[in-house]
Design a protein around this ligand. Structure first.
Ligand SMILES: [Zn+2]
Length: 264
């Protein structure tokens, strides 16, 4: 369950990590469970051989299928390392010598020079963190770069179970509350964010809202997103999505507001 405005604890860090620091043991010693699911190389401090573990494992393949089919992208076969910790203390201990600037985060995706790495510790609802961080990993496997706001917007969108993506995310309630106060999310302002430290909780919600509109709104908006991702993928100068929307979708801001009014 997400708070109305997302906790900053869900912020992720995208930095290069030297492969030699990756290490083969957990902070506790040997990993209890190691297995590969598709391109995810999973290492866990707790057994995944129970109902909740099996449920989590099934999420990995589904997430890749969903991200690829919904966004029309294709992840490379480069492995994604997923590190699961039994609790916050071993998570922080593990990160302290590898990504110390990320140790205070609840969950983390690190784009390394050799592979992407996801770090999550087990807590109530940690599956949300796994889906969020693995979405980042899949996006960066598939695309040479992802604008910050769009990276977080997609991760917020895919972090909930598939059945909740359209109408079940807590952000939707937050958007409806904000609409009472003349909610007016500026995509150009989101596009101006250059660092995660500049992203506020409402920026996360609004990034999610633009992504939701682009995926569930009018077909012409979805086509603009599709073309944008295609250009990023093949290396064409992609520019700003806001400019493309302004050129191709008349009244896009009011259309977006109507989109959420209709979801009430
Ligand atoms: Zn994130």
């Amino acid at each position: 369950m997400q708070p109305p405005v997302p906790s900053l604890s869900l912020l992720c860090v995208l930095i290069a990590l030297c492969g030699s620091l990756a290490g083969s043991t957990s902070a506790r010693g040997e990993w209890i469970d190691q297995r590969t699911v598709d391109l995810f190389e999973i290492r866990s401090e707790f057994s995944l051989d129970d109902d909740s573990g099996h449920s989590l494992l099934s999420e990995f393949r589904r997430l890749r299928d969903d991200v690829e089919s919904i966004l029309g992208i294709k992840a490379s076969n480069d492995p994604i390392e997923v590190n699961l910790f039994a609790g916050r203390s071993t998570y922080q201990k593990h990160l302290a010598v590898r990504v110390p600037e990320g140790a205070s985060r609840v969950a983390l995706y690190v784009q390394g020079s050799d592979r992407g790495r996801v770090y999550v510790f087990r807590h109530r609802g940690y599956e949300v963190d796994v889906r969020h961080e693995c979405t980042h990993a899949l996006l960066h496997n598939a695309l040479p770069y992802v604008p910050l706001w769009l990276d977080e917007g997609f991760a917020e969108y895919f972090e909930v179970p598939a059945s909740q993506r359209a109408t079940g995310h807590e952000h939707l309630k937050s958007v409806h509350r904000a609409m009472f106060l003349r909610w007016n999310p500026s995509l150009t302002e989101l596009e101006s964010r250059r660092d995660l430290s500049e992203m506020s909780g409402s920026d996360y919600r609004d990034s999610w809202a633009w992504v939701h509109y682009l995926l569930h709104g009018p077909i012409e908006s979805r086509q603009v997103l599709s073309n944008y991702l295609y250009d990023i993928r093949i290396g064409n100068p992609a520019g700003m999505l806001s400019e493309r929307l302004a050129q191709n979708v008349p009244g896009v801001r009011s259309q977006m507001t109507r989109h959420f009014q209709n979801l009430k």
